[in-house]
Design a protein around this ligand. Sequence first.
Ligand SMILES: [Zn+2]
Length: 127
Amino acid sequence: MNQNSFRSLQFNVSGIGFWLTAFAIVWLLGAVGLGWLVKSFLILIGLIILAPVVAFVGFRWWLKRNLVEAQCPVCHYESAGINGMQLRCPSCGEPLKVDAGHFQRLTPPGTVDVEAIDVSVKQLEDS
Ligand SMILES: [Zn+2]
């Protein structure tokens, strides 16, 4: 019991000692005329701490604005994409484009059929 309280006391003293040393170094630097060094060091530390937070918040804000969850127009499979992005439906493989919060088919309906007719006509002409 006594040993434990002694240990925590020692820990507290060493903690205070650390802060005293830090303050002494800061005061010494300020006295020598290197206060700007301390300030720029603190600003640097602040930037290092803030940069990831700002990046994370900015990324979340951007994602919230641009992330689209919608259904595939072909098979109605629910998936997510980024606005303006082109992707393939994970369920049916249809090429899709994310536009104004909805998925749109890259190939308008009917295009494939027309192309197929063209090919068959060509084949007939060739043979
Ligand atoms: Zn689909």
